[in-house]
Design a protein around this ligand. Structure first.
Ligand code: AGP
Length: 612
């Protein structure tokens, strides 16, 4: 969703800002713009369409300002258009603002400002912000800088909703002010220059030192300094976080697309996520968690809450937690959970999975569980992300930055991390059996097996070429394989725009089989020995009705029944989703390529869904 970038330093700001926006493109957007402070005041260059269109705007090359803000907009209030694009100025052209999130009381504020003589030129909620700051600025006394800061603070106090805001003022060319609430924003510290971004990868090539703001904290950036304040403008101290990712990890590194690169990074992502937590002969270790046997014994249930792919990882988590630890575990979609009046209390452990750590519904669900007295545990890929700052405990996948909108390596890393968590819980509960021993061994062998699975790429590519023009596809599986069917189907929808449905194979007869007709593609996953025969007979039913079948399996089945069988390495059923999803990731990828689509930035989607 919307992305923001900011720069204050000694270099010309405009190319740095545009470059930063290009790196945030993957978040999804429909218009872009920048604003800098020039000799003659504030300049704004913006338009709907791609970031690179900014290079064609008249006068863009003449900008010289060394301070500026920038934005990619994903329309919420008002259609994508030049007027609605950010940055927005106040009527007197003193302030320029970019904003992510939603100002919920903007109508009320707009009416208040209209009554006070202000005019609005866009349909956005954002335009109230610079005008409200101006309203207070006029009333302040003291230095321009003090007036700016006080006015900004007063305006922020009036805002309801979620926001990450950057603001510059033509009267104060040496500072930029930022704040955030429930919306992502990071501050990068450089040498005589400072940066703002919606996320870390966009500015990784400039710095590895980052400051993170808590809700409603304010930062004032100058060229060589950053001052932090709480919402009442009391000065506060912050320490920079040094981020381990390097700039190359946010580049394509020779791959055609980020998605392909990220699919191939899975062996490393899994190795890194396992890290030192697991060895064959000692207990699984999560030193960052403080969970006791009594606490686990007293739990009434575990809730796993997430959205999209992260929720699918949660389904794999439920399977392993229930089977190993015998703790009832429910999985829910965050946007449903939060309005469901969920049965959560102090005896419930609530686990939230989010690659970005910024998904609005997941964060809201976490806050709800905290209110109800439950312990909250966040699983995220982004150190310091909002969800990890809200949760009682946080554990991290170490997948490195995931840029492609379609999640791949984050999913498999989430599955492995939650499996390790289940082992950790089981060992705290003194459950130690041959099943756990075997699982540990299988986990340690997994990265090699992922490498083997990736070698199937050409086979998958060839099948993709046969079916890329199809309109509908079905994904079937039983047990753990059904969770992979869900994820495979989501991947295909997202990046190939082919309608895909996933079903538990046994449910087919209860309705969906009516849709099976000659030539339709049915993909099935069969990795659970106990269920494979049952699934095979379900597939037989679709073959009889003329379906074209692709099977992903690690079992010895009669392959000649199917149009294509992809044989993946055998592994433990608990972690089989990590291998069986890989051919399906590749399948979606190659179909999307065959159709000539933008794999990394599919239409209508955003990497990080920061609004409800
Ligand atoms: C995955 O391919 C999707 N783009 C999407 O479902 C995603 O997993 C979901 O929006 C949750 O994101 P998060 O993990 O950052 O919270």
């Amino acid at each position: 969703m919307c992305g923001i970038v900011g720069y204050i330093g000694t270099k010309k700001a405009s190319p740095i800002l545009i470059n930063g926006l290009i790196r945030l493109e993957y978040r999804g957007y429909d218009s872009a713009g920048i604003s800098t402070i020039e000799q003659n005041g504030l300049s704004i260059m913006k338009d709907k369409g791609r970031v690179k269109n900014l290079y064609n705007l008249d006068g863009i090359d003449n900008l010289k300002g060394t301070i500026g803000i920038a934005h990619t907009r994903w329309a919420t209030h008002g259609k994508p258009s030049k007027e609605n694009s950010h940055p927005h100025m106040d009527n007197s052209k003193t302030f320029s603002v970019v904003h992510n999130g939603i100002i919920e009381n903007y109508n009320e504020l707009r009416n208040f400002l209209l009554d006070n003589g202000y005019t609005f030129y866009s349909q956005t909620d954002t335009e109230v912000i610079p005008n409200l700051v101006h309203y207070y600025y006029k009333k302040e006394t003291g230095s321009n800088q003090a007036k700016f800061l006080n006015a900004f603070k007063k305006a922020c106090n009036d805002l309801n909703g979620s926001f990450a805001i950057e603001i510059i003022c033509k009267d104060c060319p040496d500072i930029m002010i930022v704040t955030r609430k429930d919306s992502p924003l990071v501050i990068g510290k450089g040498e005589n220059e400072n940066y703002i971004s919606s996320d870390i990868p966009a500015i990784l090539s400039f710095t590895r030192n980052f400051y993170l703001l808590n809700d409603l904290e304010i930062a004032v950036l100058s060229r060589d300094n950053i001052d932090f304040y709480d919402k009442d403008l009391n000065a506060i101290q912050k320490n920079a976080e040094i981020i381990g990712w390097n700039a190359l990890s946010a580049e394509k590194d020779g791959y055609e697309d980020f998605m392909l690169k990220e699919i191939y990074e899975q062996p490393t992502a899994i190795r890194e996520t396992i890290g030192a937590k697991l060895s064959e002969n000692s207990k699984c270790e999560f030193s960052e968690l403080n969970i006791t046997r009594d606490y686990l014994l007293n739990l009434n249930k575990i809730y796993i809450v997430a959205c999209g792919t992260a929720m699918h990882a949660g389904l794999a988590g439920k399977n392993v937690i229930e089977k190993l630890c015998k703790i009832p575990t429910e999985v829910d979609i965050a946007s449903e959970f939060r309005y469901r009046e969920p049965l959560v209390d102090e005896k419930t452990l609530c686990i939230f999975i989010s690659q970005s750590g910024e998904t609005a519904d997941t964060i809201a669900a976490l806050k709800l569980c905290k209110k109800k007295g439950a312990k909250t545990l966040a699983i995220s890929n982004v150190i310091g992300s909002s969800i990890t700052r809200e949760a009682d405990f946080s554990i991290y996948t170490h997948a490195g930055p995931e840029i492609a909108v379609a999640s791949t390596k984050a999913y498999t890393s989430q599955v492995i991390l939650i499996t390790l968590l289940a082992i950790y819980f089981a060992e705290i509960l003194d459950i130690s059996n041959s099943e756990i021993k075997k699982l540990k061994k299988d986990i340690l062998e997994l990265p090699k097996k992922i490498e083997e699975t990736l070698k199937l790429s050409e086979v998958v590519k060839n099948f993709s070429k046969e079916v890329y023009q199809e309109k509908d596809m079905f994904f079937l599986g039983r047990g753990i394989d059904e969770t992979v069917a869900k994820e495979g189907s989501l991947k295909l929808k997202e990046i190939s725009y082919i309608h895909a449905e996933s079903y538990p194979a046994g449910e087919l007869k209860h309705g969906p089989i009516a849709l099976i007709e000659n030539g339709i593609t049915v993909i099935s996953i069969m990795t659970d020995k106990k269920l494979v025969e049952k699934t095979v007979s379900n597939i037989q039913e679709v073959i009889t009705r003329g379906a074209k079948t692709l099977v992903v399996t690690n079992q010895n089945i009669k392959e000649d029944m199917f149009d294509m069988t992809i044989k993946i390495p055998e592994t433990n059923t608990f972690i089989s989703p990590i291998l069986s999803i890989i051919p399906l990731q590749l399948f979606s990828y190659y179909i999307s390529k065959e159709k000539g689509l933008d794999v990394d930035k599919p239409r209508n989607l955003a990497k990080s869904v920061t609004v409800e």
